[in-house]
Design a protein around this ligand. Structure first.
Ligand code: GLN
Length: 447
């Protein structure tokens, strides 16, 4: 059924960079045999899944939607995907994304943009655009995305699906091609909150192969799927509803808060100051880490190598110049600049201090609230081509999502309405570290 739906809609949407039809059909047969013999019983056994193309899959092309990895076939599988395979998941293919997850529209992909299934003149958001459209267009029941600064939550919001970025350290980053290592987290994208909680339970694990993996006290998320928010304390940050927020988005998001209040939650407004510093701090830290992480792509051991060159340095230079797209180059240059001697203190260290302050601000808020509720993005999905010309404007669109990554918190985005253009609106729920259950509970009750 998944393959048939892909045949019907993929031409208009372009969710996938790589399809693995034969592999999927073979795997499905193997899993079916294990289900029949009783060896596999869990809820994900035999269910097809799409994986964002920045997670390594053994034997299956993994490009990060970049020319520099156009021919990269990993020799190992990322831990999160392995966890899914153990649960009997069937990988259908790898989804399109912004190149190296840098972007908010899936337009920076070297393989062409993905389009929003609600209206193909509009972007799906990004960077996990292909994962979100694959779910929204019912090509697969669920997908994995990654979120460094909103890349699961924002496209989920633009595509009318549910996405969770877990607490930093919850899902192993082993085999996730690094962008901003201190911010990157893998998470699920699905049609509803129940599916998301179920998938999160399957992919979350302590993994000694990821030095930032955290041994959590529990890996249970589905027990929070109870339709009861009585007494749950929900904070609405006033700063999230000021200038720049689309009126229709504001109304729909406040409507979600009202609905939860009517169900017994305690809803209160408060000031979450410092949020305005999140964008500059994020773009300094993420670019700094990216410039270091992307140094490994040099045309020597794998990936793209330029055809003609004179000597080693010229080979590096030409391979990288030809292999990376403009947004990735911008980040590498910005990152190298903020880390360079003479500027390190002024930019990188200052950004780290800002990050610590943002974390403290959230810590204080979570003394009073279980859930912080606000928009996932200031607008609904923009038109294709509208964002790329002005990177600063694109970065400003990340205002509501990136502070969550800087503070390592879990965040969820789910549909809460449709605007007058017929595009979905998303509400974001943020929880304290390791308190995914609070946001899952609120989301399930709202759904
Ligand atoms: N828009 C953000 C960026 O370009 C989000 C990236 C992400 O979460 N991967 O950095």
């Amino acid at each position: 059924a998944a393959l048939a739906q892909i045949d019907a809609v993929e031409g208009q949407i372009h969710s996938f960079v790589t399809m693995d039809r034969e592999g999927a059909l073979k795997k499905a047969e193997e899993v079916q045999a294990k289900i029949d013999s009783g060896e596999l019983t869990g809820p994900l056994a035999g269910v097809p899944v799409a994986i964002k193309d920045n997670m390594c899959t053994e034997g299956l092309l993994t490009t990060c939607s970049s020319k520099i990895l156009y021919n990269f076939v990993p020799t190992y599988t990322s831990e999160a995907v392995l966890n899914l395979e153990k649960a009997g998941a069937v990988i259908i293919g790898k989804t399109n994304m912004d190149e190296f997850a840098m972007g908010s529209t899936t337009e920076t992909s070297a393989f062409g943009p993905t389009k929003n299934p609600w209206n193909t003149d509009h972007v799906p958001g990004g960077s996990s655009g292909g994962s979100c459209t694959a779910v929204a267009a019912e090509e697969v029941p669920y997908a994995l995305g990654s979120d460094t600064g909103g890349s699961i939550r924002q496209p989920s919001s633009f595509c009318g699906v549910v996405g969770i970025k877990p607490t930093y350290g919850t899902v192993s980053r082993y085999g996730l091609i690094a962008y901003g290592s201190s911010l990157d987290q893998i998470g699920p994208v699905a049609k509803d909150v129940t599916d998301c909680a179920t998938i999160l339970e399957a992919i979350a694990s302590y993994d000694p192969k990821d030095s930032t993996s955290v041994q959590r006290e529990e890996y249970d998320f589905t027990s929070a799927l109870v339709d009861d928010v009585k007494g749950l304390r929900i904070g609405i940050p006033r700063d999230y509803f000021g200038e720049g927020l689309d009126e229709e988005v504001k109304t729909a998001v406040l409507g979600a808060a009202k609905a939860l209040e009517e169900k017994g939650a305690i809803v209160e407004e408060f000031d979450l100051s410092l949020v305005e510093y999140a964008i500059p701090a994020y773009y300094v830290i993420a670019s700094a880490e990216a410039s270091s992480n992307l140094a490994r792509f040099d045309g020597v051991k794998y990936g793209y190598r330029t055809e003609a060159y004179e000597g080693l340095h010229n080979m590096y230079k030409k391979s990288r110049s030809e292999g990376f797209g403009p947004e990735v180059k911008r980040r590498i240059m910005l990152g190298s600049f903020v880390l360079s001697s003479g500027y390190y203190d002024a930019y990188y260290l200052k950004a780290l201090r800002t990050k610590a302050l943002i974390k403290q601000t959230f810590d204080k808020a979570f003394e009073k609230y279980d859930v912080i509720l606000g928009p996932a993005a200031p607008t609904t999905a923009p038109k294709l081509g509208d964002s790329l010309s002005d990177p600063i404007k694109m970065y400003l669109g990340d205002i509501y999502t990136i502070s969550v990554n800087l503070a390592g918190l879990p965040g969820l985005s789910m549909p809460c309405g449709i605007d007058s253009k017929g595009l979905p609106i998303g509400v974001q729920m943020i929880g304290d570290c390791f308190k995914e259950k609070n946001i899952i509970r609120a989301a399930f009750a709202f759904e």
